[in-house]
Design a binder for this molecule. Structure first.
Ligand SMILES: [Zn+2]
Length: 491
């Protein structure tokens, strides 16, 4: 995600022919999600049915599977969970509005089960299995659910321009052999998501004057009276999102074998925005490793922050000033590599994708001088921003918390999160590059991408790649930055 405030401050599958069979082999251990959903624009609700062909990828025997119910972050009982107080008016321009998901029924291999919501916030669904699920075995879990969209400029909700379906379906929690299912809740700080790559087949029905922007390729579009139904197939992606609008104009262009599509309604420089997205795909493919999907979608929508990343789809806020579109598009596109392809636990290790994405954005502008945003300009902007944050927080609180490696709910305020993860993140990567040299730095990032593509990486994995590349211990360097020990000169 890109926080708009920081943007302003910082500015001072086309695969080789043999891969079809290869991908089938590598994807056989992925969960398969089949979702059928119908959106009603009169009631701002949606009815959906989903079948998850779930595979036990762990070494343990499973008796149940846990699912996140992220839409319930928008429920009345979780009042205020999705945004900070400072962003409430921007999120809810027509007053507070609530939404969520109601799980209507659960079946396991056709057998009806009780609907078990197991947490106070109503954000975790436990599905008990009929029998023990051994490693590599599969089970079919059917979940029918109803969605109520809030009138909110957020990942999930409707606004004046479009309807956002981000994190809208029950998604299986990541399972760790030692820790079990990862069941961390939601936070208004950052992007509190964590999921495995999976295959998706999604059919969305919507009023026929609407257009759909989505995380994948449209394979079939049918018209049934007043409704249009589009089936989308997207394999080996970490999450699936779509956006509907009756105001979209669409531009597209193909680069590096990737069709880049831009859905917009309020961008005066749409051609330029599309070209920036194409250039970002090209540069990041060169720097880190090729983009493996055959299409990528940028969608302008009503969103409280600058932008939001989903695999194969990024949201760009219609609140942006024209001069900020390029920066946000590049940032969200970089997330295709960091979070989308190389996954991480964004709740507990946000720096791993967010700080790296922000620094990758700096690398893009360094490589593209035509945007007139120099490397030193951005890095010194980040330094000034961070120093200002340190001074203000010390004055107010007497001390300031500078650790980057904390769970999202351990950041007391939004500025504490934004400054430590974005600004301090840029400063940390700048120092890392100076210490190991540009060649090893870029080589380590491409090794990290290749090693963890479509998998999940941890802080220890990241450090280990750099240690291997440099042939020396680097824990001291990383810990001093991540744990907040690096001392800055006070002005
Ligand atoms: Zn981001």
């Amino acid at each position: 995600m890109k926080k708009l405030k920081y943007v302003l401050l910082s500015v001072l599958f086309i695969l080789p022919f043999f891969c079809f069979a290869g991908c089938q082999a590598s994807e056989q251990n992925l969960n398969n999600y089949e979702i059928v959903i119908t959106y009603d624009n009169q009631t701002q609700t949606a009815q959906a049915g989903m079948v998850v062909d779930y595979v036990n990828n762990s070494s343990n025997v499973l008796n149940f599977v846990m699912f996140h119910l992220y839409p319930n972050a928008f429920s009345e009982s979780n009042d205020g969970m999705v945004c900070s107080t400072a962003n409430e008016v921007k999120t809810y321009p027509n007053g507070k509005s609530f939404g969520g998901v109601e799980v209507l029924s659960v079946k396991v291999d056709g057998e009806e089960k009780d609907v078990q919501i197991v947490d106070e916030e109503q954000m975790l669904l436990q599905v008990d299995l009929n029998e023990e699920l051994f490693p590599d075995e599969r089970v079919k879990i059917q979940i029918d659910f109803a969605l109520t969209l809030p009138n909110a400029n957020h990942r999930f909700g409707y606004g004046d321009g479009a309807v956002n379906f981000g994190n809208f379906y029950p998604i299986a929690c990541v399972y760790d052999d030692e820790k079990g299912f990862s069941t961390d809740s939601y936070s208004s700080n950052g992007d509190p998501f964590f999921s495995d790559c999976a295959n998706y087949n999604v059919t969305v029905s919507y009023p026929d004057d609407y257009t759909i922007a989505c995380s994948g390729d449209k394979v079939v579009t049918k018209n049934n009276g007043d409704l249009t139904s589009t089936t989308i197939v997207s394999n080996n992606i970490r999450d699936f999102a779509f956006v509907l609008s009756n105001q979209f104009s669409v531009l597209s262009k193909t680069t590096n074998g990737v069709e880049v599509k831009y859905f917009y309604y309020n961008d005066q420089n749409a051609e330029k925005s599309l070209n920036t997205a194409c250039k970002a795909i090209e540069k990041f493919s060169d720097m880190f490793g090729g983009y493996p999907y055959n299409s990528f979608t940028i969608v302008e929508t009503n969103f409280v922050h600058g932008g939001m990343e989903y695999p194969r789809l990024i949201m760009i806020s219609d609140f942006l000033k024209s001069e900020d579109y390029d920066y946000v598009i590049v940032h969200e596109t970089a997330h295709q590599w960091w979070y989308g392809l190389v996954g991480n636990d964004e709740f507990n290790e946000a720096w791993l994708d967010e700080s790296l994405t922000e620094y990758s954005t700096v690398l893009f502008f360094e490589a593209c001088p035509e945007y007139n945003l120099s490397y030193s300009q951005i890095v010194s902007g980040a330094n000034n921003t961070y120093q200002f944050f340190l001074q203000i927080y010390k004055k107010i609180n007497g001390s300031v918390e500078t650790s980057m490696l904390r769970s999202l709910d351990e950041f007391d305020t939004e500025p504490e999160y934004v400054n430590n993860i974005y600004a301090r993140g840029v400063l940390m990567f700048d120092a890392l590059r100076s210490q190991v040299g540009e060649k090893k730095f870029l080589s380590a990032l491409s090794t990290y991408f290749e090693k963890f593509k479509n998998k999940i990486a941890t802080t220890a994995d990241f450090i280990s790649v750099f240690e291997d590349k440099c042939g020396r211990q680097m824990e001291g360097f990383f810990n001093s930055w991540l744990e907040g020990e690096v001392v800055f000169i006070e002005k």
